[in-house]
Design a protein around this ligand. Sequence first.
Ligand SMILES: [Zn+2]
Length: 342
Amino acid sequence: MIEFKTEVVTTTILDPREGFARKEIDSEIRYDPLTGESRRLAHFGMIKPRKEDFSSWDTPENRSRCPFCPPNIERMTPRFPPEVLQDGHIRRGEATLLPNISPYDRFSALAVMGTRHVVPLEELSPSLLKDTFLAEMDFFRIIAAKSFGTPYNIVIWNYMPPSGGGIVHPHQQIIVSDSPGNLLRKSLENSRRYYQVHRQNYWRELCRAEKEKGQRFAGELERSCWLASFAPLGVLGEFLGIFPDVHTVSDVDGAVIDELVSGLERLFRYFSSANIYSFNMGLFFAPEGTEKYFSLHLRVIPRLFLNLEQKTSDVNSLLMVLQEPFAVVQPEKQCAELRSFW
Ligand SMILES: [Zn+2]
């Protein structure tokens, strides 16, 4: 029932590298199976990520300017007013959740991930990830209990500068809103439509279909399946972690968080092996009342500087002007590599 639609586009050039002989070059247009939106796949193998060494940023001077480094976090970061959070912030193990000093929604929070200014991917420990997600779940539950009329719960994460992260000290962002943003709105609308037509939850069906096909199915854990996205949003692809039978914030217990961390750990080990050191992440919860057709899921989109000399951005006119995500990787090839980390 889920359609994985692809068009191969062939173009002909006279290639100077081969004495101006005729050469055919293929690119692909893929359509997102949920929304029908198109993506380009081209330039295969042309961009090789290179690892950058961040240890040089971890200096006393940089730490003294960072609002999240101790002792600055106590005096430079804001607190919530008591009607939102009695204690002003949430502490869970190594994580501290506080309001964003530059909010972009009514409830716009940050979860500061520990006291270390620079944490390389290999050192993002399971306990640090777990503390962070647990603090965020506390926040979602507290806000939900106060009935502010904000049904959408989202976690986003810009990890390292290529992802657009302004502060290198690791922190996730938490949004509780009545405005879901374009991607979540489209996902919800199309998931509802899919359910109306097929009487099935799209996310469960996607896991089933991808497991059956095998090409983009990295592996599964007790409640979740992990995939390379058929029609990726990023230059180096996109990865999905889907919990088909977990929906709203109130469905999420410690076991779900453990599994989320465990899936991410596997993904991060693959990233390290592939020289991927920066990403955007989105964790989307089902709003109340959408449980039949929407499931908890995670998107992780690798980001990179196209070259380290000019720090060329991997976002260009294709995405900004044409709103057309562009990938230089074959999700099926990536997934074959990722699978060995499962
Ligand atoms: Zn810091």
